[in-house]
Design a protein around this ligand. Structure first.
Ligand code: ASP
Ligand code: MG
Length: 599
């Protein structure tokens, strides 16, 4: 007999018929001999409707009253699901978040879960009842009993957190799509279902998967090792398993807030090659990386910051022993790129890559800023920055490596650091290099020109944004060093959600004089396309293949940033969908079967 947590989304409980279908499925699971806790969302578009109602009353309702209002949606669902079960002869009881004891921060409309009491649920389960729990809601503390909600889409988080607290054998997320697909099927017709994905990949694919599975839920599953499945409410198909590594032991106290960063990784076996002032046109990234892949050289970090004039700088890192061959490729390829005479390349043998990683940084501005300021306080200059959804990597001088590890472990309260390559190498065996592709059309790009190249500048910049609660996504620091008024400077570019771009621009423009940097340049017509897969670790040529696909579609790459399991490119917005289709096709992800999805 297993303990199973099942979560049903809004569409799955969207009508009387559907609620009855849910009850049937629940009863089948009980008949198979399992104990069951069911989490439900509000029916259909109820939550949207309630938001609209509130805005009909006032444009700025208080967050406390919003929680009071929005939490009612789930309360309707739990009562109806419970009644449906009882009508079929299955003992059941509905419980609100408060009744269970789902205790959260006192942050209305975006609370994170602190602890979950399990006694009451266990008592009901012991009596043979199915326990139906309201998703998306909690209480601020057992005394204050203020109703809180977890943020839109939060009932996935409720379900996985409950599964972790109850140490359930499995958490099943029932939804209106068959599982996690290789691309958004509304944009890529031949997207296919994945049978399995790791939590790390799922998190890096947040912009693809977030609608199906809330990233905070994935984070909890990963941290506590909750077996997780996403499947369709309408069929018996197995769906997609979202697998986590064997977790380190973790206390259930402070469930969602304990550690935004859970690892400091480093790699001192790296060297850097920079291609400076190469032409800004399609194909220029594809060529050198194609050549490097031909030589079977594994490239780790790749960055390309925004162009200056009509040229770009592209930099990448390789292991030290392959540097000589990488250098030979750079020397051979540069004259063929058709740039002006000033194209050149630079080699740096003495570098180290250091990263902070953790699912907890999603939606929590300030982790990157904290990393930069920790390094700055130790007087360590950052040469290269590249970020992904769950990782910030910096290239620094090799001589600073040990100190960097020490201060970061201390700053983020991490007891030990790991060597990134070794850790990932075993996972990489035999799987296809790319698991899924994603397109994010919600971001804008901001570039800051001529940021003085000295410790602490990146920290100051990103701290200001973190103060405004603005999350930064891709951060890239350019290679090109420009001397302005006798001072070495570099450009820093990054992306933010479009809604935040104006506030970010104003803040940075205001800070420009004080901090001594140049213009702040905004481009809102961008698209970010990404490939994600643990199979790309230790496999040469994956990035090159992506760049080639974009080049063949005549798409110019504006920015590049990578992590071990992800390559992201910023391209012109108008070409975003074409870019997505081109790379989905290039990696052979297309399926035979047409996947039906609603909406
Ligand atoms: N009903 C809430 C929402 O629509 C929570 C959820 O469905 O996950 O955001
Ligand atoms: Mg949802």
């Amino acid at each position: 007999m297993a303990l199973i947590v099942q979560k049903y989304g809004g569409t799955s409980v969207g009508s009387v018929d559907r609620i009855q279908a849910v009850a049937q499925r629940v009863i089948e699971t009980v008949k198979a001999g399992h104990s069951l806790v069911v989490i439900v969302s509000a029916m259909g578009k109820t939550t949207d409707g309630l938001v609209k109602l509130a805005h009909g009353i006032t444009p700025s309702p208080s967050r406390r009253e919003m929680d009071m209002l929005l939490s009612t949606g789930e309360q309707v669902s739990i009562a109806l699901v419970s009644m449906a079960l009882q009508a079929l002869g299955q003992p059941a009881v509905s419980l609100t978040g408060a009744q269970v004891g789902i205790v959260t921060e006192a942050e209305h409309t975006r609370a994170r879960i602190l602890t979950i009491q399990t006694e009451r649920i266990e008592r009901h389960l012991g009596k043979g009842e199915v326990v139906v729990v309201a998703g998306f809601q909690g209480v601020s503390s057992s005394e204050a009993l203020e109703i809180t909600t977890l943020g839109r889409g939060g009932s996935d988080t409720s379900a996985v957190a409950l599964a972790a607290a109850l140490r359930a054998d499995c958490c099943e997320i029932y939804t209106d799509v068959p599982g996690i697909l290789t691309a958004d099927p509304r944009l890529v017709e031949d997207a296919q279902l994945m049978t399995e994905i790791t939590c790390d990949e799922m998190l890096e694919l947040a912009s693809l998967g977030a609608k199906v599975l809330h990233p905070r839920a994935v984070e909890i599953a990963r941290n506590y090792g909750v077996p997780l499945v996403v499947r369709s409410s309408w069929t018996d198909d197995p769906g997609t398993r979202v697998v986590s590594p064997i977790p380190k032991f973790r206390s259930l106290e402070g469930l969602e807030i304990a550690h935004p960063v859970d690892g400091v990784e480093f790699d001192t076996d790296q060297a850097k090659v920079s291609l400076l002032r190469v032409p800004d046109r399609p194909g220029v990234a594809a060529q050198p990386f194609g050549e490097v892949a031909q030589q079977d050289l594994d490239v780790d970090l790749i960055i390309q910051s925004i162009h200056e004039g009509n040229t770009n700088d592209i930099a990448f890192t390789v292991t030290r022993h392959s540097l000589d061959r990488a250098e030979a490729v750079a020397a051979a390829i540069l004259p063929t790129l058709g740039g002006q005479m000033e194209s050149e390349f630079m080699i740096d043998r003495q570098i180290a890559k250091i990263s902070v990683a953790g699912a907890g940084m999603i939606g929590r501005p300030g982790v990157a800023a904290q990393m930069f300021s920790t390094l700055a306080e130790a007087g360590i200059n950052i040469q290269m920055i590249s970020t992904s959804e769950v990782k910030v990597s910096c290239v620094i001088d090799a001589a600073d490596g040990d100190r960097a590890i020490g201060v970061l472990c201390q700053g983020f309260d991490i007891s030990h650091s790991v060597v990134s390559r070794q850790r990932l190498a075993s996972d990489a065996a035999q799987v296809s290099p790319v698991r899924g592709v994603a397109l994010d059309l919600s971001q804008a790009q901001i570039a800051i020109r001529h940021v003085p190249d000295r410790p602490g500048m990146a920290a100051k910049l990103f701290q200001r944004l973190a103060h405004l609660n603005i999350s930064v996504d891709m951060i890239i620091q350019s290679q090109r060093c420009r001397v302005v008024d006798g001072m070495a400077t570099r450009d820093i570019a990054f992306t933010v959600v479009r809604g935040d771009v104006e506030e970010a621009r104003q803040t940075l423009a205001a800070a420009a004089l004080e901090l001594g940097f140049g213009d702040v340049v905004v481009d809102s017509s961008i698209a970010k396309v990404s490939i994600v897969g643990i199979g790309m670790v230790g496999r040469p040529g994956v990035a090159a293949q992506m760049f080639r696909a974009l080049s063949q579609a005549d798409i110019n790459i504006q920015m590049i940033a990578t992590s071990e399991i992800k390559v992201s490119c910023v391209v012109p917005e108008a070409q975003g969908i074409a870019a997505l289709r081109a790379i989905h096709h290039a990696f052979g992800l297309a399926g035979q079967q047409k996947i039906q999805v609603p909406g």
